[in-house]
Design a protein around this ligand. Sequence first.
Ligand code: ATP
Length: 299
Amino acid sequence: MKSIPVIKTKELTKYYGKVIGIENINLEVRRKEIFGFLGPNGAGKTTFIRTILGLIQPTSGIIMLFGEKDRNKLEIKKKIGYLPESFSMYEDLKIKEMLDFIQKFFYENYEKNNNKKEDLIERFNINPSNKIRTCSKGTLQKIGIVQSFMHNPELLILDEPTIGLDPLMQEEFYKLVLEENKKGKTIFLSSHNLNEVEKICTRVGIVKNGRLIVMENIPSLKTKKVKKVEITFASLEDINKLMLEDVYNLSIDKNKLSFVFKGEIDILIKKIVPYQLIDFSCNDPTLEELFLEYYKGER
Ligand code: ATP
């Protein structure tokens, strides 16, 4: 039997006056998946999250959380851990006092013997005696992560969770997400970082200008990956001899050939091996480039 999606939206739309926040988003997040909601700045990620949580009202469309249309029920809210894009805290409190306050205020179902808050504080290397006022952006983000996970919610909704974290802490965060997912938690996270989403998510929805333009399992997204290639040849004549396939947006600047490649990299490399090269680079495109060079062309 198909289980009820944890998040389901139908034709979800939010306009801010004439500005499109999100438009006609149909999305289902299944139990126990790590869903990545990917898009560049201004794509509509925060609007979608705030709308499904009931923090802002949609212009139209349907939202169901845990199969319920009334997402404002307290029982539903208790099942959710939310990390907002940014949030305010009482600056004169110590970190520990602030987290204890959040715990008492929001989480009456907090299990008595749950040491999760303390474990997370230690894990993310937070000094709980420091005052909120003195915290760096990264530490504030870590406090945000602790407060969203500490009451063991079934569903985690995390808006750009790794912003401001240093690489070590990012890795710690990824580990935490994977561990919690193994314990059965569903995770919905927004990101503008393709690598991050590829690394930890099982499925991804790509949002652009408020619209969901792609919904993929991560393995199939990977096979569609394109590369940005730049080759500088010793001789301009060699460029003219080359016969390349699966090449888009080709440009030549002196002896440098730049293009987007959508084929087997091994075939490309074998084709250029006979020529004398001065430089070669092959990089993953940014998300923006992926949109522009690949998805836009495909659709
Ligand atoms: P970012 O990663 O920069 O936060 P995002 O993907 O979360 O971007 P949103 O913040 O949801 O995107 O914004 C989507 C669109 O809605 C943008 O064009 C934004 O300017 C607009 N928007 C968001 N909030 C408001 C608001 N309160 N009033 C008017 N327009 C808004």
